[in-house]
Design a protein around this ligand. Sequence first.
Ligand code: TMP
Length: 204
Amino acid sequence: MRGRFVALEGVDGSGKTTHAAMLADALRAGGREVVAVREPGGTALGEGVRALLLDGGDLSPWTEALLFAAARAQLVQEVIRPALAAGRWVVADRFVHSSLAYQGAARGLGVDAVWAVNAPGVDGCLPDLVAVLDIDPAEAAARGRGRRRAADRIEREGEALQRAVAAGYLALIEREPQRVVAVPAHGSTAEVHERLMAAVGALA
Ligand code: TMP
């Protein structure tokens, strides 16, 4: 049987990375085989593109969108599709809905236009569930400041971009409510994890 594919999404600082790891651990504890991936990255090519995207200098919005799409196409081909075909679960820390929210909505390239350049590489390999950790961008930014690593190029653009990203995710939830759901990210880490497990439970 094909495995299941769950993507975690949200503004920067929403807690996705923590929750992706907790979800993968919980699924493994329940006896599933899980492959965890992060975007951009997850392959040798993708990690190289990640460095260009996040640590490099200025990029035009379309250059940025196409680099994310290129890294994603490789991740689908090399990791995600084979894992699903082998019956494994895939937990992704971001996937194509990040490009739709950041490049399509927030950068103004257009959700349909950004989807169009991603669709050939995604090649039908869409998540069964896209869980958007829903948090006020100001609260997320405050959490981000508490982290030890330095902010990357996109995070440094500040709260206006993150607000536009949050609005972009809300529009994606409205557009595709069967696949894309909001998971309220307020409260303790354990509470958010429970909400996420409840959303994922519907897939099992
Ligand atoms: P991360 O901090 O979750 O690892 O994500 C890296 C940054 O890249 C984050 O600011 C979101 C951004 N991003 C996009 O703008 N578009 C995309 O398609 C992806 C995957 C990430």
